[in-house]
Design a protein around this ligand. Structure first.
Ligand SMILES: [Zn+2]
Ligand SMILES: [Zn+2]
Length: 435
């Protein structure tokens, strides 16, 4: 233990709400940890990468989606690095890592792609002077309401409508684009019905974030269905659950499917995962017909509907006048999986990509013209003795990012390349005068 304590380099910040359904999400924890070190989450991850032996660098960009709250191998690596850097052992409770051996390997139908929050919860915490944080349950696919306030979860800023991304945020409770308070959303008095399997999800999170959490039985869902089929006629279940049931029997189900099965058989998901035989016995003992789920959870769409939904969204983007989004942006905004979009609508996707690259190229062209104009101003050049400051000023004048200015400057002054790169940022003018 002593060794661990002496080799830590980040503050030993405790995750909030462990052991309850209000456990903090890893994205929220990272944002708070970064804030405590006066860094952005991106800077924190880069520092962690330099320090850790877990080779995060190649996957750091992937941590910038809410998926980091899930259970993929990358999440596991990040959690290991964080736990050794902080000397804590409970950071895993902020993720769904416990499900890695029992739920679908591809993480599908598990975590939403964008941030989602309950304004009422944030407001209450602020009023009571408590720390504001995002709950893991808000990030789980198919969770459309707050299980405490029974009101709709928000996913975009009430003022500017921007979907929230956490990587550049330094404050958890304001919009990353306009700075508007996220708790400040129009209050709706509408009470929403529970999402399918909500109570099972609450129980599951209480278990996985608690101290006593153990790893679950592998292929537990398949074992459960096998035992249930011995004493229950699965015909109705097969009709109601369709693909969900067939898949769960032979492969690992997604989290949404698992909750759906729990809802149908009215048996706890946690029990299915810990002791599938006992869960099957509970089903056999229960009196009356199984509950019939009213709607599907998550982004589950039957195959035909999914394809047409993707096609509709792609066509809308292609026909709109604004700058076309990148593939990742498009998928994040619409809640689609990048692979599915690529496989099902490759033609339309190619059109979107072509439109974007054309738009980007024309923007770049006009930016380069503006940079060239600013660079040709000899008086501006003479007023600086340091290239870095000079290029920043050129960028400001041309209204372009500094990296682009630097690239253009290096292209125009080939022999300057190394000097700029090595940080020996003296102007050729000055060097000549010195010589
Ligand atoms: Zn709430
Ligand atoms: Zn905003």
């Amino acid at each position: 233990m002593k060794l661990v304590a002496s080799s830590t380099f980040l503050f030993d910040l405790a995750p909030l709400g462990a052991g309850t359904c209000e456990v903090e999400s890893l994205t929220s924890y990272l944002a708070r940890l970064a804030h405590a070190h006066t860094m952005t989450p991106y800077q924190l991850l880069c520092t962690l990468d330099a320090w850790s032996r877990h080779k995060l660098s190649k996957i750091v960009p992937r941590f910038f989606s809410a998926r980091v709250n899930g259970y993929s191998p990358n999440v596991r690596r990040l959690v290991q690095a964080l736990e050794s850097a902080t000397g804590r052992t409970d950071i895993r409770s902020c993720t769904l890592i416990h499900l890695s051996e029992v739920c679908a390997k591809n993480n599908s139908d598990c975590i939403k792609l964008h941030r989602s929050w309950c304004p009422a919860c944030l407001r209450e915490s602020a009023e009571q002077g408590l720390i504001l944080y995002d709950r893991l349950i808000w990030q789980i696919m198919g969770t459309s309401r707050c299980n405490i306030h029974r009101s709709r979860l928000e996913d975009s800023c009430a003022l500017c409508g921007t979907k929230q991304h956490w990587q550049h945020s330094t404050s958890i409770d304001t919009c990353t684009f306009c700075g508007h308070a996220l708790a400040d959303a129009p209050q709706s008095s509408r009470i929403l019905p529970p999402d399918p399997g909500e109570r099972h999800l609450v129980e599951l999170l209480e278990y996985t974030s608690g101290e006593k959490a153990q790893s679950f039985r592998e292929e537990a869902a398949g074992v459960f269905i096998h035992h249930v089929s011995k004493h229950t006629d699965l015909q109705d279940a097969a009709r109601r659950l369709g693909r969900v049931l067939r898949k769960a029997e032979h492969t690992r189900p997604s989290l949404c499917s698992l909750l759906y099965i729990s809802e149908y058989f009215d048996v706890s998901s946690t029990l299915i995962l810990i002791n599938p035989e006992k869960a099957a016995k509970v089903v056999a003992l229960s009196i009356g017909r199984p509950r019939l789920p009213r709607k599907f959870r998550g982004t589950y769409l039957p195959r035909g509907t999914r394809q047409s939904a993707i096609e509709r969204a792609l066509t809308k983007e292609i026909e709109s006048d604004g700058l076309a989004p990148s593939i990742r942006q498009f998928c994040n905004d619409n809640g689609f999986c990048e692979t599915t979009v690529g496989e099902r609508c490759s033609g339309l996707l190619k059109e979107l990509v072509a439109k974007r690259s054309q738009q980007v190229a024309s923007i770049r062209k006009s930016q380069i013209c503006a940079i060239d104009r600013a660079l040709s101003d000899k008086r501006l050049k003479q007023s600086f003795s340091n290239v870095r400051e000079y290029l920043a000023r050129v960028g400001q004048r041309a209204g372009c990012p500094v990296w682009l200015v630097r690239q253009r400057y290096m292209a125009l002054n080939g022999d300057q390349k190394r000097r700029v790169r090595n940080g020996m940022l003296y102007m050729d003018v000055n060097i000549r005068t010195r010589a």
